[in-house]
Design a protein around this ligand. Structure first.
Ligand SMILES: [Zn+2]
Length: 80
């Protein structure tokens, strides 16, 4: 069965690199710094109970465009 393997949230800090560090991806100043969190899907069975959900695996700060660029392919992934 196919599931989305990764999912992302993106939100603005409403602050620039003067408050936060430069963009983690390109190293340049950002007038608006965004935070992106990356979640990976998990699914397993234990004693007949099925567990599934999302696990936070990464968090990055930077330009919105840079953060969108580093996203992994989210569609059609087979769950590990
Ligand atoms: Zn950048």
């Amino acid at each position: 069965m196919k599931f989305l393997k990764y999912k992302y949230t993106l939100s603005s800090t409403n602050e620039s690199s003067r408050k936060y560090a430069p963009c983690e991806i390109c190293g340049q100043h950002a007038s608006e710094v965004f935070i992106q969190t990356e979640y990976k899907r998990y699914e397993f069975e234990h004693n007949g109970i099925k567990y599934e959900g999302w696990r936070l695996i990464d968090m990055n700060f930077g330009h919105k465009e840079c953060l969108l660029k580093i996203r992994k392919n989210q569609t059609g992934g087979e769950v590990d």
